[in-house]
Design a protein around this ligand. Structure first.
Ligand code: UGA
Length: 452
């Protein structure tokens, strides 16, 4: 049993703390927010993440997982590892803002009582590990041995627990091989390949991975535009491409572009780092500019479908969260789409299975309703903004009957264009060139085309 401290109980920290305690370690999770820690002590999760509540409960009950707001309690002479899992928001120019990382490094230095391995899991600019080491050294009241290891996280919101338990790889970066080996030991039960590099390389692996996935998304969105113009179907194109191992089927879902708390921030931060070094990040810049076109495009398309005028129209947003299985609304396309529709004179209503409480204050002009069927009532159009599973098998007959006009814009391409047309909907997706003559006969087995 190792003793681990985890600083920060956001998506990354809480999942890391719960998962390491489930692997049999003793974990103390610390956050400066009294509210979050009080809630966790009562068994209330600060975020929605499938399976998390149960994982936390089980390990709290077993006495392996505890919560605190003080570094005195979080670090004692038995602590061997301290994970930094705090937020790194975007600064004004796209640079990562490291104030929380700095504060936690200082506090760790001030309170550590025995040799400690400090592991950085937050996504931080290349070079931050060295900087953190400098802060710890300068802030220690008396010198105690420590090492800094970078261990970037590759968790997706909505599937963070399975991603943690079955990672594709564990990346560890350090100038101290012995420390990296000790952190590798912690990860051995996960049975994934372990890549050990220097600090800066590990930090870069994280940015390059997220930027590459964002590139795939912008690429397929550009292909979607071309498909639309030429009468091809991007979903079938992606499936056809994805069977090639060199390309792979993942992250080729065309749609509203990437949002959330990671890709937008990380692509921007990597471009910023490149520019600081005098390198023009042409690909990253294109990835970002392609992504920026997706949300206004939806507003334009919906307007076209409603005869060129949004004023007086009622439009329902099916889904608000930036992706399914999360209540996270950070950089969610639905927010910009709602604003665009409202600016055009429309009345916008919204429904989401889990994010409405979080979404409401961010979308003051949007009326929230209880279910997709209430959303359809009296609507001139519905816009699929999040691909929740529960939207995939709606009773479309009753949806159509209660809408003012049977118009659906499918921003996530979850419906079959042919079927929707046959069912009497005026339907459009993104990148699904459609001439009304039926598809070309190619069938896609959904289960074979797992893209996220
Ligand atoms: C992403 C990465 O997938 C994780 O590996 C990484 O650890 C995490 O960022 C992070 O840096 O913390 P996440 O933001 O939770 O995870 O969500 P993703 O599933 O990657 O989706 C990101 C965005 O891309 C979403 O807006 C999603 O709708 C969009 N997306 C994804 C597409 O538009 N098309 C796709 O094919 C896949």
């Amino acid at each position: 049993m190792k003793q681990i401290t985890v600083v920060g109980v956001g998506y990354v920290g809480l999942v890391t703390a719960a998962a390491f305690s489930d692997l049999g370690n003793r974990v103390v999770a610390l956050d400066i927010s009294e509210e979050k820690i009080e809630g966790l002590r009562r068994g209330e999760m600060p975020i929605y993440e499938p399976g998390l509540e149960e994982l936390v409960r089980r390990n709290v009950e077993a006495g392996r997982l505890t919560f605190t707001t003080t570094y005195e309690e979080a670090l004692d002479e038995d602590s061997e590892f301290a994970f930094i899992c705090v937020g790194t928001p975007s600064g004004v120019d796209g640079e990562a803002d490291l104030k929380y990382v700095e504060a936690s490094a200082k506090s760790i230095a001030e309170h550590m009582q025995a040799p400690l391995i400090v592991i950085n899991k937050s996504t931080v600019p290349v070079g931050t590990g060295d900087w953190v080491a400098g802060i710890i050294k300068a802030s220690q009241p008396k010198p105690i041995d420590f090492s800094v290891v970078s261990c970037p996280e590759f968790l997706r919101e909505g599937s963070a627990i399975p991603d943690f338990m079955r990672p594709h790889r564990t990346v560890l970066g350090s100038m101290d091989r012995e420390a990296a080996d000790k952190v590798a030991q912690l990860h051995l039960p996960l049975r994934a390949p372990i890549v050990i590099t220097n600090l800066r390389t590990a930090e870069m692996i994280k940015y390059a991975s997220n930027a590459f996935l964002a590139t795939k998304i912008s690429f397929i969105n550009e292909i979607a535009n071309i498909c639309e113009a030429l009468g091809a179907d991007v979903k079938e194109v992606a499936a056809g491409m994805g069977f090639d191992d060199r390309i792979g089927p993942h992250f080729l879902n065309a749609g509203l572009g990437y949002g959330g708390s990671c890709f937008p921030k990380d692509v921007k931060a990597l471009a910023f780092m490149a520019e600081e070094m005098g390198i023009e990040p042409t690909i990253l810049n294109s990835v970002m500019s392609t992504n920026e076109t997706r949300r206004p495009l939806v507003v334009e398309r919906v307007k076209e479908m409603l005869g060129g005028d949004l004023s007086g129209k009622t439009i329902g947003l099916l889904g608000l969260a930036f992706k399914p299985n999360t209540d996270d609304m950070r950089d969610a396309p639905s927010v910009d789409i709602a604003e665009g529709l409202i600016a055009g004179g429309a009345t916008v209503r919204g429904y989401d299975p889990v994010s409405m409480e979080v979404a409401s204050p961010m979308m003051p002009g949007v009326e929230m309703v209880d279910n997709p069927y209430d959303l359809a009532k009296g609507s001139d159009a519905l816009v699929v903004a999040t691909e929740w599973n529960e939207f995939k098998n709606l009773d479309l007959e009753s949806i159509k009957a209660s809408m003012k006009q049977p118009v659906i814009f499918d921003g996530r391409n979850i419906y079959d264009p042919d079927k929707m047309q046959m069912d009497g909907f005026v339907y459009r997706g993104l990148g699904r060139g459609y001439n009304g003559n039926g598809s070309n006969g190619m069938t896609i087995q959904e289960q074979d085309v797992e893209t996220a």
